[in-house]
Design a protein around this ligand. Structure first.
Ligand code: ADP
Ligand code: ASP
Ligand code: MG
Length: 421
């Protein structure tokens, strides 16, 4: 008997028909002898609507009330899925974050999971009951409902798989796996049969929303076997693997004489970006610590940072990127530092996006940056900020060039599927 967590995203539960279809798939798994925990998202579009209503109700609304509203979508689908399963003769029960005991901190809107009580679920699973868990939500340290950040049902699913010792966590979404780039933007993108967790982590943090970044990080940390597939068809998806597995497989490929290996495995883009430049800020110890410390205290996630020499002596320019949705708050936080830092001028840009190329082979093969920058230059695309990790290069460019950049890089790195592939 295998214990499996199956997470169904918004499109998989978008209508009553889809919910009935998913219930049928879950029943087949139960009939085959599996112990199944189902994690559901809200119906596609519901969370966006709920978020829009909280904004309409009050631009600077209370984050605790934001969570009370936006967590509601998953409550509905959890109940409906349990009913659909019961209709098929499958014993099932819905579970909300607080009922389950999915404990989080009290950072409302992007809470982190602290612990999950598994006793109740374990007992129900042992009785042969399917647990249908409302994803995206938890019980905060302040005893109020919390949400885990957009796309957070993925993290609910992986956390449950880790806590319950499941053999696998299946993430069912509206594409049939992880592609070399967002298949909605790049028609020639190729489905990957497998990808390393490390690459997926970089792609997700680069904006590929097929998996939430924190879900991938959690799968890495707890060794959860993770798979991405579609609920619409019965076709193989993408397996997430440790790098060790890839090296073993490469060994096999090389023995077969096929040395051709992509340096880049995926390209991601992120629209939720903005840029702040502090012109002629003091070039002194502690300035960066004060600036970025204040932003961190406000839970603002700063991503790319560059510091350049300013023309005036003893001064420097600091440019950094942050989520566009945090731009206004970021400026407030900087304003509130007051005399803590002095600078001549503050510049902002909200019309930027981040493009990232990712591949573990980058560690051993040079020339990725050269090809990336040359490709962008050929298209006349100006690079505003660059950042790198061992297996990723990211650039900030004007939003108007997003599609052109992603598609050109996809071709330049040899990722395009052959016609009819
Ligand atoms: P769900 O509601 O099931 O969680 P999401 O919308 O969060 O689904 O994530 C799936 C979407 O991720 C796809 O529809 C696709 O447009 C997007 N996506 C972005 N990058 C990739 C990629 N590299 N591979 C597959 N899908 C991607
Ligand atoms: N419904 C939430 C969202 O749209 C969580 C999720 O789907 O993963 O962000
Ligand atoms: Mg998602």
């Amino acid at each position: 008997m295998a214990r499996i967590v199956k997470k169904f995203g918004g499109t998989s539960v978008a209508t009553m028909e889809r919910i009935a279809h998913v219930a049928g798939r879950v029943k087949a798994s139960v009939d085959a002898g599996d112990e199944v925990v189902v994690v559901v998202s809200a119906m596609a579009g519901t969370t966006n609507q709920l978020v829009a209503w909280t904004r309409e109700a009050g631009a600077l609304h209370d984050a605790r009330e934001y969570d009370a509203v936006v967590a509601a979508g998953e409550q509905i689908t959890a109940g409906l899925m349990a009913i659909a399963l019961q209709n098929l003769g499958v014993e099932a029960r819905s579970w909300l974050g607080w009922q389950l005991g999915l404990h989080t901190d009290d950072v409302h809107g992007s809470a982190r999971i602290l612990a999950i009580d598994t006793d109740k679920l374990d007992a129900r699973l042992a009785q042969g009951q399917v647990a249908v868990v409302a994803g995206f939500q938890g019980l905060g340290a302040d005893a109020r409902i919390t949400t885990l950040g957009r796309g957070g049902s993925d993290t609910s699913a992986v956390a449950l798989a880790a806590a319950l010792g499941a053999v696998r966590c299946d993430i069912f979404t509206d594409v049939d796996g992880v592609y070399t780039a967002d298949p909605r933007m790049v028609p020639h993108a190729r489905k990957l049969s497998q990808i390393t967790l490390e690459e997926m982590l970089e792609l997700a943090s680069g904006g590929a929303k097929v998996l939430q970044t924190r879900a991938v990080a959690m799968a890495m940390r707890y060794g959860v076997k993770l798979q991405v597939l579609t609920s619409f068809e019965d076709v193989p998806g993408t397996m997430l693997i440790e790098e060790k597995g890839l090296i073993e497989e490469k060994g096999v490929i090389e023995e077969k004489g096929d040395m051709e290996q992509n340096v880049i495995n995926g390209i991601a883009y992120s629209d939720d970006e903005a840029k702040i430049t502090l012109v002629a800020i003091d070039d002194a110890p502690g300035v960066a610590a004060t600036l970025f410390g204040a932003l961190a205290d406000a839970h603002i996630n700063v991503d790319m940072i560059v510091q350049t020499a300013a023309s005036a002596p003893g001064k420097t320019d600091i440019t950094f990127s942050l989520p566009r949705s945090d731009l206004a708050r970021g400026l407030e936080v900087i304003g509130a530092i007051g005399d803590g830092i002095t600078y001549q001028e503050i510049l902002t840009a909200a019309d930027v996006c981040k493009i990232s190329v990712v591949g573990v082979a980058m560690r051993s093969q040079p020339g990725v940056a050269k090809l990336m920058f040359e490709t962008l230059a050929e298209k006349g695309i100006n690079i505003e900020v660059i950042s790198t990790s061992e297996i990723k290069i990211s650039v900030l460019i004007g939003t108007a060039y997003k599609e052109l950049a992603v598609r050109s890089l996809h071709t330049a790195f040899g990722l395009d599927a052959e016609c009819g592939d």
